[in-house]
Design a protein around this ligand. Sequence first.
Ligand SMILES: Cc1cc2nc3c(=O)[nH]c(=O)nc-3n(C[C@H](O)[C@H](O)[C@H](O)COP(=O)(O)OP(=O)(O)OC[C@H]3O[C@@H](n4cnc5c(N)ncnc54)[C@H](O)[C@@H]3O)c2cc1C
Length: 289
Amino acid sequence: MKLPPFEYACPTKLSEAVALLAARNGDAKLIAGGQSLVPMLAFRLAAPTLLVDLRKLPELRTIDVSMNGVVLGSMVRWCEILADARLHAAHPLLRAAVAQVAHYQIRNRGTIGGSMAHADPAAEMPGIALTCEAEIATVGTAGPRVHKAADFFLGPLMTALEPDEIIVEIRLPPWPAQRRWGFQEFARRRGDFAMAAAAVWYDQDGGGKARNAHVGVIGVGDRPQRLTAVEAVLNGRVIDAAAIAHAETAASAAVDPQADIHASADYRRALVGTMVERALKSAGNGGGS
Ligand SMILES: Cc1cc2nc3c(=O)[nH]c(=O)nc-3n(C[C@H](O)[C@H](O)[C@H](O)COP(=O)(O)OP(=O)(O)OC[C@H]3O[C@@H](n4cnc5c(N)ncnc54)[C@H](O)[C@@H]3O)c2cc1C
């Protein structure tokens, strides 16, 4: 399918990219890996008059791991996250979720910033950002801004970004080595978008009780969701079979999915409970997906 006509720019300075966006007043689009935007152009779901390519901005490609957490440049590709050995310890939940993103070829081009800006309700990275209380650092004509993930996703393919705003970094808080975590996803075929997925993590007090529990889900609403009702079930309890069963029921009750061509609302509601149950079981087994 042919793309609609557009002009193309490939700036070598971030300020130049911002100026190019601002000059078109909402009629220009950034292109990162092109894995979501190009299909959108082909289907005429987007028809910008200018594409601003971010590929010549090396400052957007860095992965920084320190005691302050993990900072991912917006042009970091999925394959680079999976190849970075430091992230095994520095953010195992991130790695596990990214391993479920799309297919090999798409992971070689798709970027974390593109995924955050695209804001697909079934995409893994927005779910991880929300569950981990990430910050999204941006720059636009109004200067730099920092968005909390909880305020960033406004609906399907909708974010708090202004038309002239560029995601620069995604910042994930530090990850203690003892943290319990699990990530579980169900898709019809490996590499497809999730029908539902759950990310869970919690710390433990001296008596083995959960504290600071975080539970996030994707694929069951118009944006990623934190399930605070499930977190309340977990906090202050040993995560045993009874707690997991209670959490599963609470997760199904906490979501209000829509039926679509892939599944009924009831199926998705049951599925999200099962994903939370499995994620908690894997967390109890030392963490994993
Ligand atoms: C067949 C297929 C299967 C897929 N499966 C999955 C999946 O299972 N899970 C998943 O999460 N994703 C999946 N994807 C999407 C894939 O992960 C994309 O790579 C990602 O969503 C977008 O990243 P990109 O770099 O390709 O962005 P692009 O397509 O280049 O851009 C996407 C949008 O983000 C904007 N944008 C890009 N970078 C920035 C920035 N730095 N600041 C502000 N705005 C920006 C663009 O203007 C555009 O609106 C799939 C894609 C395909 C084609």
